[in-house]
Design a protein around this ligand. Structure first.
Ligand SMILES: CC/C=C\C/C=C\C/C=C\C=C\CC(=O)SCCNC(=O)CCNC(=O)[C@H](O)C(C)(C)COP(=O)(O)OP(=O)(O)OC[C@H]1O[C@@H](n2cnc3c(N)ncnc32)[C@H](O)[C@@H]1OP(=O)(O)O
Length: 243
């Protein structure tokens, strides 16, 4: 699955909906046993959640958006398919969550391709289920530092901390992802799927048990004047970077 939402594969409501529909189709087609998620935007896996879906929007829109974010996460995280991330670009925040929700992550070795949950740098906080997935992946202490400081790990650090499973030369990302897929597909589906569910269900259940409350918390938080100001400042910084 090649993500194509130029210029930066931001996860807008429309794009999330497209991804959800595509994933659902693949899940329902029994001829598919695995997917490789990668990007069609040069140098960018995904810029994460679309800030324009959260900035200057009314509460109803923010609630609809957050529901779609939750939905995509649950679908990828709990997918019965083998999901491999072929991460061929930078992957901050929501882009990192998407990567972390894969069963295996292969990152291209380019110092620009940083990955991490950088929410604090935007003046916002990573929701508890983003945090849970990071803690599950790199452990409590590393996650505590990474989350507070908004670390974006370059490939060598990403491998060392375990946020990705493999770092390979850029031209080998897709072929490596395909070899990894072959290894995973050698396992009988039912055994692998039940095991995946056993490991991941408790984390997903934490959100499933409080989805509506999570949406309300998000809407309250994102609608605060101080948070809207932080988003404004961050968006202006992105604009000014262009010069
Ligand atoms: C109580 C608590 C309850 C709940 C929890 C509360 C809150 C949680 C809320 C939110 C969680 C959010 C998670 C996220 O994912 S936030 C998004 C984080 N993403 C980033 O920080 C990345 C920002 N982008 C960049 O750093 C760069 O754009 C880049 C490195 C990805 C690419 O750089 P380039 O130089 O190639 O391109 P640019 O010129 O910077 O960008 C082109 C174009 O795209 C716009 N853009 C970039 N990123 C985003 C984005 N994430 N959303 C929307 N738009 C984006 C950028 O502004 C440019 O637009 P213009 O061409 O200037 O119009």
């Amino acid at each position: 699955m090649k993500m194509r939402n130029p210029p930066v594969n931001s996860l807008s409501l429309e794009f999330l909906t497209e991804l959800l529909i595509s994933l659902e189709k693949l899940e329902n087609d029994k001829t598919f046993r695995g997917i490789i998620i990668t990007s069609d935007c040069p140098g960018i896996f995904s810029a994460g959640l679309d800030l324009l879906e959260m900035y200057g929007r009314d509460p109803a829109h923010c609630a609809e958006y957050w529901k779609a974010v939750q939905e995509l996460w649950l679908r990828v995280y709990l997918s019965n398919l083998v999901v491999i991330g072929a991460i061929n670009g930078i992957s901050p925040a929501g882009g990192c969550l998407l990567s972390l929700s894969c069963d295996y992550r292969v990152l291209a070795n380019n110092p620009k391709y940083a990955i991490g949950l950088n929410e604090t740098l935007l003046g916002i906080i990573a929701p508890f289920w983003f945090k849970d997935v990071l803690v599950n992946t790199i452990g409590h202490r590393a996650a505590e530092r990474a989350l507070q400081l908004g670390f974006l790990f370059p490939p060598s650090d990403a491998l060392q901390v375990g946020i990705v499973d493999q770092v390979v030369p850029e031209d080998q990302v897709q072929s490596t992802a395909r070899s990894v897929m072959a290894q995973w597909l050698a396992i009988p589906d039912h055994a692998r799927q039940l095991t995946k569910n056993l490991v991941r269900k408790p984390t997903a259940d934490r959100l499933l048990q409080q989805r509506d409350a999570d949406i309300q918390n998000f809407v309250r938080f994102i609608s605060r004047d101080s948070i809207q100001k932080s988003l404004h400042v961050y968006l202006e910084k992105l604009k000014q970077k262009k010069g």
